[in-house]
Design a protein around this ligand. Structure first.
Ligand SMILES: Nc1ncnc2c1ncn2[C@@H]1O[C@H](COP(=O)(O)OP(=O)(O)OP(=O)(O)O)[C@@H](O)[C@H]1O
Length: 288
């Protein structure tokens, strides 16, 4: 069953739309990279999916059920501010979470905590570093035995080793339990390693939605002379130009014209291309 879908979802705060007309259907048992610049609407989308924020328009569904003000029992959400009880020890926090949740696995939490090098079960949460708090919060999120795990910037405050440790836990979760994971992050190189699906939002709109391999294969980077863009077939997403050359991100490109070199973009250059294009659209709308 579809873990998460959105139909024409929008969220307006006062006179500004944080998310606009978003529609997507996420695949089951995959890791979804939710990417976009600061303020794109990623957290708002995740918070709406978790039932913490009510959409202004449209509807989100988790496992077929409309999200109406409360989190689905099969969904866990790691909020960006990691709202854990800071005066409890990790061990006490686990007992607290166990009491608060109808379905809970203490064994699963201890299994995950056991894989984390820096977690002291008897330390108060408030005394842990930001990165360790994130890891503890992920362990607690997994205690609910979710089928959909929504993670808002889970890698942001982790050092490279802790990031690797945490990504391994997430990947094992997906492989062994077929959990669907939606992960927002700015760390595109890390995401590329683990994600199967990409949802790129900017200015509240979904710009790209699809299987990462398919999305990348549909795009080409073409580098060629500064004049001569008219010989390039396909949909131009964005272009950077110097006096010597043009670099184009093109969707569904035709044959490579003479004098041009082409390559497949990586996730970073794809994202940069779309973000550059939407920034230019915003700038030209302001000028009008
Ligand atoms: N509670 C709120 N009240 C008013 N505006 C809000 C609120 N929450 C978010 N916004 C605005 O909505 C827009 C989208 O914010 P959101 O936090 O969803 O973006 P984001 O993509 O998660 O950004 P970041 O990468 O910086 O975390 C921003 O312009 C933000 O200022």
């Amino acid at each position: 069953m579809t873990p998460l879908s959105a139909t024409a979802v929008g969220k307006r705060y006062r006179d500004r739309w944080a998310v606009r007309d978003c529609s997507f259907t996420l695949p089951e048992g995959k890791v979804v990279a939710l990417i976009g610049p600061n303020g794109a609407g990623k957290s708002t989308l995740l918070r709406m999916a978790a039932g913490l924020v009510r959409p202004t328009t449209g509807e989100l569904r988790t496992f077929g059920a409309p999200v109406r003000g409360r989190i689905h029992p099969d969904v866990s959400f790691l909020a960006q501010d990691r709202p854990l009880h800071r005066d409890l020890t990790v061990r006490e926090l686990e007992r607290f979470c166990a009491a608060m949740n109808d379905r809970w696995s203490t064994d699963r939490v201890h299994e995950v905590l056991g894989l984390l090098a820096d977690v002291d079960l008897d330390a108060k949460v408030g005394t842990l570093s930001g990165g360790v708090v994130t890891q503890v919060a992920i362990a607690m999120a997994l205690g609910r035995l979710p089928r959909l795990l929504l993670l808002d910037e889970p890698l942001a405050d982790l050092d490279p080793l802790a990031r690797d440790e945490t990504l391994r836990i997430i990947m094992t979760e997906v492989a062994e339990r077929e959990t669907t994971v939606v992960m927002s992050s700015h760390l595109l190189a890390d995401l590329r390693e683990v994600c199967d699906h990409v949802l790129l939002v900017d200015d509240g709109l979904v710009q790209v939605d699809g299987d990462i391999e398919e999305v990348l294969a549909r795009h080409r980077i073409l580098v060629g002379p500064p004049t001569g863009e008219s010989t390039v077939e396909g949909t131009l997403v964005s272009a950077t130009r110097t006096q010597r050359q043009s670099t184009l991100l093109v969707r569904d490109a035709g044959p490579v014209p003479e004098g041009w070199a082409d390559s497949e973009p990586d996730l970073e250059s794809l994202a940069m291309g779309y973000l550059r294009a939407s920034r230019e659209r915003r700038a030209s709308a302001r000028r009008r």
